[in-house]
Design a protein around this ligand. Sequence first.
Ligand SMILES: Cc1cc2nc3c(=O)[nH]c(=O)nc-3n(C[C@H](O)[C@H](O)[C@H](O)COP(=O)(O)OP(=O)(O)OC[C@H]3O[C@@H](n4cnc5c(N)ncnc54)[C@H](O)[C@@H]3O)c2cc1C
Length: 713
Amino acid sequence: MSILSTEELAEFVTSIDGVLAKAWPSAHIASQDADGSAIRQIWLSAVQQGWTNLASYKALDAAITACDRLGRVACPLPIMDIYVSAMMLEKHSYLVDQIVDGTIRPVVAVSRKPTTKLQFVEAASAATHVLELVTETGEARLCEIVDFTTTPGLAKPDWAEVRLEDQPIITLDPREEIFEDAKVLLRLGLVARAVGAARRTWELSLQHAQDRVSFGKPIGSYQAVSHRLVDGAVDLTACEGLISQAIESYLLGRSNWHLSCELAVEFSAPAAIRTQFGGHHTLAAQGYFEEHEAPWLFRRINTDVALLSSISPAEGQVADILVEGNVRLPFLELGSQAEEFRSELTQVLARFDNNVPVGHSWDDANKAFSIEAVKRGYLTMAWPASFGGQDGPAEKQMVLTEELGYRRLSLLGKDAADLVGTAIIYYGTPEQQQRILPLIASGNFPFYVGYSEPEVGSDLANLQSKAVRDGDEWVVNGRKEWGTGAHRAEWIWLAARTDPDAKPPHKGITLFLTRIDRPGFEIQQHRSLSGTISSSTFLDDFRVPDSDRIGGVNEGWKVITKALVKERVIMANFTSGLLRLLDDMLCEIRKDPVEKLGTRGSAKRALISELASRLQATRVLLYLSVREMSIASGSARLEGPMAKMLSAVLHEDFGKAALHIFGPAAALGEGLSDVPGRGAFEYNLRFSIRQAIGGGTIDIQKNMIAYALGLPR
Ligand SMILES: Cc1cc2nc3c(=O)[nH]c(=O)nc-3n(C[C@H](O)[C@H](O)[C@H](O)COP(=O)(O)OP(=O)(O)OC[C@H]3O[C@@H](n4cnc5c(N)ncnc54)[C@H](O)[C@@H]3O)c2cc1C
């Protein structure tokens, strides 16, 4: 078994790209290889480079990496067919040797019955044999190719219809698992190649968006174009993350590696196609003509995805595996330290109410657990040890929010510790740190965030509430909107304008943390669609001591952005909430799968497969962002907002799907007997909108990603 290090994988990529640069330098070659000379040359190089021997080392990471690189130049070298053939013929070393030295050049095809004629065969001009997987008998037959006829169409080079010798060289009767392993690996290889091709088109369209000027501006500065590129970036990053996760699962021999692969396939096939079409929309006419690489990449992606349906796994789609196999989405590991903490936490949580009704966690947090969590230092685990914390890495914090989110529990005071506490540690004075941090650490620090105003939401830098200095105090006038928890708060985390003329305006904002039980403060409550209370608060000559200023005058923006970083870990809470929702849905479905979803192949099963794969993609992105936060000390620039974007839309789609699958019963609220999901489905539907707004709307997340991608504003 091989798990290549990052450096080894990078070396392997360089070597593949070096070979391709000589023998198949760009996607255009796909149009020029009618006689098959280029594909034969590449196959020869593959032999010389040892790529035909990857199965001997179980080097799936290398094989899939090769698929990705081949996809980028639309090259049909069937590297996974070679891998799978060698894997299945493992016990017949004389045949494996011939695959390795290129005497046998196999492609794999799936057929229902043994046959001598096969359609849709790639690279037939270079192949010598077909390994035929016969689904009815479970046999694998290695047959020599007699001749072939090309079948022109979308595929370039053309697919072929091949004629095989009547008598196979060998007929294998592999164990069923190996037969299925082969199919799953072939499918993963196809999507990896399609994703590689889509990545190339996306890179070309990103470049085009930066260079091409229209109506006097680079087209990348138009939001329609930049958001399309962002959608592609999110899709591709998620595809690549899921594919890596599937490889890891295979290499570590996890029992559910098929499911990991199928989740990657389920998400990546449509995502690669979406991204390719999006790329064409950006490249417009330039990308439509054959001088450009895009048309050849387009053919590669669409034919690779089309081939998937000719290789259906017996286990069925993702939904079939989840429902019939009675399994959950594959677990994602966060490293040994974090996982040790998960075991400890799970034991602690087992002693508390793990059945908190949905929607109650905001108001009726499990107080008993919160007291225990304070004692154990969970509340402040992210703080530096010098401030009484545990220097807890992002992974451990993620475990905490995940495990609580899954159980719909909340830890009282966690927002205060994460948002306010972190900012005070970085920007507070020693006096403020001494005065406030112990209050926060006690778990009893009711506060609310005073950022939004009637005229200001996303464009926070333009906030208008004014604070004017008066001796040792500031006099604040203005109105703050949607302050969640303000009706129970004792403190406000207040952003106010202290320089009305600042340019840019964010340089005129100052941050205060102050008590609200003073004259000049009034409150008006609003109940949201999900039932939470947020309030308008009116500040009328409201006096704030200067000792409550956090950070320098007009330096509030730095403080705000520091506090926002934590929001990404907090978000994990919502993703694990979705995992819980999926588990609740599956639990309900398993009571009568056919009644709830229909038989295999139904649209409702397809919907569950899609939701499950999107959820796994979101989780993978979140894990990547947390890892990046640990490495780059706090900057998860891309994956954080990407995960947020995916999770926001997913909440809405889960809500809609529940009503679609369970009908009116899913619209019933918690409290009635026998309500599907104990009311979680209808609550989630109402709550989902909030996910698309809070912590930055989806559009704002896209703007942030576009900026990080280097697109012009
Ligand atoms: C349940 C809930 C609780 C909240 N709690 C708090 C709280 O405790 N404290 C607090 O301060 N605030 C709170 N908010 C407010 C929240 O922060 C804002 O709603 C959010 O920042 C968006 O602002 P807005 O609603 O004013 O929308 P706007 O900013 O007015 O946006 C309206 C629409 O325009 C789009 N848009 C705006 N600018 C751009 C742009 N540059 N590019 C593309 N599209 C753009 C947005 O995406 C959106 O679709 C809460 C909101 C909700 C829903």
